[in-house]
Write a protein that binds this ligand. Structure first.
Ligand SMILES: [Ca+2]
Ligand SMILES: [Ca+2]
Length: 541
């Protein structure tokens, strides 16, 4: 998933808020990339045309009730597709393919030995998200048993920084136990469940030779190879500037950092937990009391279950273990669920804030309290969707043009009509279009331009985006023009230079027919509809 960012400090427009409300709540609840459509009885030809216009295709049909399941093109949202099909005269209804879900109790046979899920209200949390395989938790530890039946399917390639090779297999058992707590294969009918559910694991071995240089290699490797959460169930009493710098590097790359506070039952800072960009995790028992062994003090940020925790063990088995080592991957798994719910671009500080502000009180030995998955996920603010319409349109190249901005607001019978002119390249016609995001306050995380146009067979369409930094148009995408009007999607990467300080986006859409055709025969380029949509992550207050 590409991530685009830009700070906006403009006012929230009414239209944006309305669209946002619908988009913000739904995406977890239906299958992305498909919709269900019922056509009124009529010719198959019209159904086929309806699909072709947006490059969609039916993949299943329920003939008894006349409903088709439609696969959408890559950049079309479900909301947009529902809106598109609904406005067609021969469509009776269109709706998302909603998912049914139970309040989730996984079927792992040893699940009822895992008391931590009760205390953390994991089942209510999983009803909101089961996590995302794209969210990867690095378990920096003794390695992970790579062929453990309850872990094997969850692993991405890791590394061994203890012996400096590719074999991150576990020699000890500690890392295998931590990996299972964070994200054992869950609801697979085998062994235990992991709080991070569908999240995946990157096994990184640093023991037995866990020096600062090994740790630095591990942390930078995890950050560079797509881990979003780093789970560090190890530590020491010495502050290292190298270790601090490595963790700061990972944090700046977007990694959430979680570490155990130590098992010596003292108020003494333990590193890496005590570095300021790391979430320091103390341990609680089943009665929500401080575990006897747990470190304490106001530098311990949160607590999580760590006494008698049942999880995967080396030798393809399972066992109980205790320690802040066990508390750490609980928080790492929860962080991964939060990332799944919020989107991979969420800032580590934001994830931390959500975790720390949603705990249950367990006494003043810890700065906040024991983590609660349900309350944390309730705290996640999903991105808010928005749409923008054309503000202005004018002829950029051509012989004549008819229409104004309003004709581009809807996919309907009204079109902006451009007649081509002769150029050294052949015949060309192009319009300059100005759009205003009227953007809300927050970080822009997605932007998608949508153009519905038609022109002569054999002509090439082009999109040129205006770069507000250097004041020049830059070629963005070419696309084949068709005689039939179709919806084209242009996801805009690196939005920074293409969004002006007032929230404006300017682009040229043009059609061009080369000299291999008769260069003196003009054509007409029809633009029916132009829209910009995207999502913004609102700031928290
Ligand atoms: Ca399992
Ligand atoms: Ca129109």
């Amino acid at each position: 998933v590409e991530v685009f960012k830009l700070k906006f400090k403009l006012l929230l427009s009414v239209a944006i808020a309305a669209v946002g409300a619908a988009m913000a709540t739904a995406s977890e609840h239906y299958v992305p990339g498909e919709v269900l459509v019922k056509f009124k009885s009529g010719s198959f030809f019209h159904q086929d045309t309806a699909h072709r216009r947006i490059f969609a295709r039916p993949v299943q049909e329920f003939k008894q009730i006349g409903v088709q399941r439609i696969q959408l093109p890559r950049h079309m949202t479900v909301e947009r597709a529902v809106e598109y099909y609904k406005q067609l005269p021969n469509v009776a209804y269109a709706e998302p393919n909603y998912k049914k879900q139970l309040i989730f109790r996984p079927n792992d046979p040893n699940y009822n030995q895992q008391w931590s899920f009760v205390n953390m209200q994991a089942e209510l949390g999983w009803a909101m998200t089961l996590g995302d395989p794209d969210v990867i938790i690095a378990i920096i530890d003794t390695g992970v048993q790579l062929n453990h039946p309850d872990l094997e399917s969850k692993l991405v390639p890791g590394y061994n920084f203890s012996e400096n090779n590719n074999n991150a297999d576990d020699y000890h058992g500690h890392g295998t136990h931590c990996a299972g707590i964070a994200a054992a294969a869950t609801n697979n009918g085998v062994g235990v469940a992991g709080i991070g559910f569908n999240s995946r694991i990157m096994p990184i071995k640093i023991f037995p030779n866990a020096t600062i240089s090994a740790v630095t290699g591990a942390v930078t490797f995890a950050a560079d190879n797509g881990a979003k959460v780093l789970s560090m169930s190890y530590g020491g009493y010495f502050y290292s500037q190298t270790e601090f710098d490595a963790l700061e590097y990972a944090s700046n790359k977007g990694c959430v950092l979680v570490a155990g506070a130590g098992n010596d039952n003292v108020d003494e800072r333990f590193y890496p937990a005590a570095y300021n960009h790391v979430i320091a995790v103390g341990s609680t028992n089943q009665q929500d009391q401080k575990s006897d062994f747990s470190q304490f003090g106001n530098w311990v940020d949160v607590a999580a279950p760590g006494s008698n925790i049942y999880s995967t063990m080396r030798g393809s088995t399972y066992s109980y273990s205790s320690g802040t080592s066990m508390s750490t991957p609980q928080v790492a798994g929860l962080a991964a669920l939060i990332v799944a719910q919020a989107g991979l671009d969420i800032e580590p500080a934001e994830v931390r804030n959500i975790i720390e502000s949603s705990t249950d009180p367990v006494g003043n030995w810890v700065k906040t309290g024991r983590v609660n998955a349900y309350k944390a996920l309730l705290n996640v603010i999903p991105p808010i969707g928005f749409e923008a319409q054309v503000e202005d349109v004018s002829m950029f190249v051509g012989s004549s043009a008819f229409g104004d901005a309003t004709v581009l607001h809807n996919f309907d019978q009204q079109r902006y009509v451009l007649n081509s002119t002769t150029s050294p390249l052949g015949q060309v016609a192009g319009a300059e279009v100005l759009m205003n995001l009227g953007a809300p306050n927050g970080d822009l995380i997605r932007l998608n331009l949508e153009v519905v146009a038609a022109g002569p067979r054999g002509s090439t369409g082009m999109i040129w985006l205006y770069n507000w930094n250097n004041g020049q148009y830059e070629f963005y995408r070419a696309f084949p023009i068709q005689e039939e009007e179709v919806i084209r999607f242009f996801p805009i990467d690196h939005t920074g230079p293409y969004v002006g300080s007032e929230g404006h986006i300017k682009f040229i859409t043009r059609a061009h027919k080369g000299t291999r055709f008769n260069p003196h025969i003009p054509f007409t380029y029809y633009i029916n509809h132009v829209k910009l949509s995207g999502a913004v992550r609102p700031p928290r207050n």
